[in-house]
Design a protein. Structure first.
Length: 394
């Protein structure tokens, strides 16, 4: 018996055909996901092989792939890096990375600490821990285009003893190739942001500017790096030597530091001499300059070259520059206790304003001074006065 038009049996194909299409698409997508995962694994294996030939061994205790159907996920337990060039070994607890199947060139990762640093074959000497550490990488292994790292509450400690070396509430780092980059001559746009950071272990390495690292500080820097020939992992000293040999430099387009009520911004360019000493000029704008002078020992440097009668001669100039500083310079600051600590600090500020070539300006709505900080083969000058020395970086 024939079936009448519009009966359930005659419309079976309306269900069967879409179902078959969905099953076919699922099979195709599953094959594509499997192919993408296999390709990703092969790419990682090839990259690790190239790195091993260059002396850098990347390993995982176990590696698992997943994320079906829309993502490619890689879980690396106990990731490690052994670098022969720097003779360092780095270990962490876990590394997880994920990429979308349709955009495998963007990888987002999360690493679980602590991360330990040791000499090859030796016991750990330093440890870094955090509450959250994430990174995103655009590009392919061995050919990155953009990198971003965000870390909450990073802390660097020595092992042993567990003495704090550096810490912060929050850290962000961003790097990407600038539009002016060309093959063989890369130019990097860099950004660094630190909140409530301190690094007492680096006080000596910063020389005169060491005190700025010992107290809680907010720091943000936007800069352009020129002269780095490649971006393979290398010891810092070797990397800096290569940049110097290529006449590279760091163009600071905007830097801001805040430590309590002290605020400073800077722009300029820095480079390195053949022996690793800093050279270049920075334009500084400083709020509460009086705090900066004793912190960097500028008052002691000035006292060695400027007699008291010179201070008195500068008083009228100081009154024009910042009203009231002339009286401070003469020691007539009311309520300061004569030659007590308050008068001394204000006198230092006045002297610095006059002798260091400061100009009155505003920064973030507050009265400020603009000065030039000059580095000459590691020697630091404010105006004509040498205020300290920065040790060579290699």
């Amino acid at each position: 018996m024939s079936t009448q038009d519009g009966s359930p049996k005659s419309r079976t194909w309306l269900i069967a055909v879409p179902t078959a299409i969905l099953i076919l698409l699922g099979v195709i997508w599953s094959g594509f996901w499997y192919w993408s995962t296999t390709a990703a694994e092969a790419t990682m294996t090839a990259w690790r092989t190239r790195e091993a030939e260059a002396g850098r061994n990347y390993n995982c205790a176990t590696t698992n792939f997943g994320g079906y159907p829309f993502r490619i996920e890689v879980a690396c337990a106990e990731p490690s890096v052994d670098d022969r060039a720097s003779a360092l070994s780095i270990r962490a607890r876990n590394l997880a990375a994920v990429a979308q199947v349709w955009d495998p060139t963007l990888v987002i990762g999360e690493i679980t600490g602590p991360l330990t640093v040791a000499a090859l074959g030796g016991a750990p000497t330093a440890s870094v821990d955090w509450t959250l550490a994430q990174a995103s990488l655009r590009g392919m292994p061995g050919a990155p285009e953009r990198l971003s790292i965000v870390v909450d509450k990073p802390m660097l400690t020595s092992v042993p003893p567990a003495a704090p070396l550096a810490q912060a509430d929050h850290m962000e780092f961003h790097g990407r190739f600038a539009a002016e980059s060309t093959p063989g001559h890369p130019v990097l746009d860099l950004g660094l942001d630190l909140k409530n950071a301190s690094a007492p272990a680096f006080t000596a390495a910063l020389g005169t500017f060491g005190p700025l690292a010992s107290a809680s500080t907010d720091l943000s820097v936007v800069a352009v790096l020129r002269g780095a020939a490649d971006f393979t992992p290398k010891p810092l000293g070797q990397r800096l030597r290569e940049i110097q040999a290529a006449n590279g430099r760091l163009d600071i387009t905007n830097a801001r530091l805040q430590q309590g009520d002290l605020i400073a911004s800077a722009t300029g360019a820095l480079a390195l001499t053949p022996r690793g000493a800093v050279t270049g000029d920075l334009k500084l704008t400083v709020v509460n300059f009086a705090r900066l002078i004793p912190m960097l020992g500028i008052d002691r440097a000035l006292a060695q070259v400027v007699p008291q009668d010179t201070l008195n001669r500068f008083a009228p100039t100081l009154d024009r520059l910042l009203p009231g500083l002339g009286n401070v310079l003469r020691g007539n600051n009311a309520g300061s206790g004569g030659q007590g600590g308050g008068a001394s600090a204000d006198k230092n500020a006045a002297l610095g304003t006059a002798m260091l070539g400061g100009q009155q300006t505003e920064l973030e709505g507050q009265r400020a001074l603009t000065l030039t900080l000059r580095f000459d083969d590691g020697a630091a000058f404010l105006g004509p006065i040498k205020v300290g020395q920065v040790p060579p970086l290699y």
